[in-house]
Design a protein around this ligand. Structure first.
Ligand code: FEO
Length: 395
């Protein structure tokens, strides 16, 4: 499959309808994904990125039907992660002498992945590659989201090939932003930002401002996953600037795990207390062991405050909660408030453990948390409700 973006520029990637887990098991892709590669034809021809290795043969065979591979003059490798570089070995086997353009870090990561001495050409921000009437201008995008990441701008057609930035994990036959369901598009774009780009937010702001300062027109933003932004393409850059500015909505998320429903009952009463104190705030409850962890992380991203709850087991916390804590610690959320709660029978360490983890993860803690011994009765549930009210008043 291929389709035209504008005359001389074609999408030649792979739509992966079946993908449900990405990065191993790290990222859920409920709507599949696509690996976007682009063929730019002028007097010279450039191929921008490839696809994930399981589709390498299919990709190169399709490309071979579209163009004599020997007519590809330049191969651009924006990023060595295998969802984009995975077909390079198969492709370069066919055209071994063609130059491969990448950043200095890309040289290291591509060699580190494939152990090949292809004809690498290292580029940096501002370097230009003439294709004839148009040229590609390279922009290094270090840590967006790997040290090797790179984008390029195609003059004439005014296209920004942004690699992972501005992507979304969506499989669709409608590969332009104006043709898909907008709520699905922004749900996936938000999830992508929350789960992948949050720790790099200061760099996101810096890089977008740097690109905007070039004052170049942008007709299309072509990311390496999901749909191409052609209708008001800069809307996604504006969204990124909002998301990078320690984004939050008027939402409190209560995330818990429970063994015999005691901690669930606390969660529900805390939620009731919050709503009694503030009927405008959105309160959402998530049982982390029954929910998709990446979707919950997205809700944390949207929240101004979170409450984590776990009963105590073996002087610790339940393991689904441990996985969430590991993830939100790595994502380095900022300017969010938090507290912990949970039931216990004997020793009751869980609330302190959660509080310590949240504090180390950069959350501003509101108090020492709330814990209830044994199965919560009327008194403990009333206290949980009061705890929720108090929390709402402090966030
Ligand atoms: Fe889509 Fe960082 O690879």
């Amino acid at each position: 499959m291929k389709f035209e973006i504008t005359p001389g520029v074609d999408w030649v990637g792979k739509i992966d309808w079946e993908l449900r887990k990405f990065h191993g098991e790290e990222y859920s892709t409920h709507r599949g994904s696509s690996y976007n590669a682009y063929l730019v034809r002028d007097e010279k021809t450039a191929l921008i990125d490839t696809v994930w290795s399981p589709f390498a043969k299919e990709f190169v065979n399709n490309l071979d039907k579209e163009i004599d591979l020997n007519q590809i003059d330049y191969v651009i490798a924006n990023h060595a992660e295998m969802d984009h570089s995975g077909a390079l070995p198969f492709l370069m086997h066919r055209i071994p002498d063609k130059p491969v353009y990448c950043t200095a870090n890309g040289l290291k990561s591509l060699k580190g992945h494939y152990h090949k001495d292809w004809n690498f050409q290292v580029v940096k921000t501002g370097d230009k590659l003439s294709l004839g009437k148009k040229e590609l201008i390279f922009v290094e995008a270090m840590m967006l989201h790997w040290p090797d990441s790179m984008m390029e701008y195609l003059t004439g057609d005014a296209i920004l090939f942004s690699n992972d930035a501005f992507g979304q994990h969506i499989a669709t036959e409608h590969m332009f932003n104006d043709l898909v369901d907008q709520s699905e598009l922004f749900e996936e774009a938000t999830k992508y930002y929350a789960n992948i780009l949050t720790p790099f937010s200061p760099l996101v702001t810096k890089k977008i401002n740097e690109v905007v300062a070039f004052n170049l027109p942008v007709n299309f933003i072509c990311p390496s996953h999901g749909v191409i932004w052609r209708d008001n393409p800069l809307q996604i850059a504006q969204k990124y600037l909002q998301w990078a500015a320690d984004y939050q909505e008027n939402q409190i998320s209560i995330i818990y795990d429970t063994m015999w429903d005691g901690t669930r009952m606390l969660a529900e009463h805390i939620a009731r207390g919050i709503k009694q104190a503030d009927d405008k705030v959105t309160v959402k409850l998530f049982n982390i062991s029954r929910r998709d962890i990446n979707d919950v992380v997205t809700e944390v991203f949207k929240s101004k405050a979170i409450l984590l709850g776990s009963p105590t087991i073996n002087k610790g916390i339940l393991n689904a909660m441990s996985a969430l804590i590991e993830m939100i610690t790595g994502l380095k959320f900022k300017k969010k408030k938090a507290a912990a709660f949970g039931c216990y029978g004997w020793s009751g360490e869980s609330v302190k453990i959660l509080t310590d983890h949240l504090s180390k993860a950069g959350f501003e803690m509101i108090g020492d948390g709330f814990k209830a011994m044994w199965q919560p009765g009327d008194e403990a549930l009333a206290q949980a409700l009061a705890f929720g009210k108090d929390f709402a008043g402090k966030v």
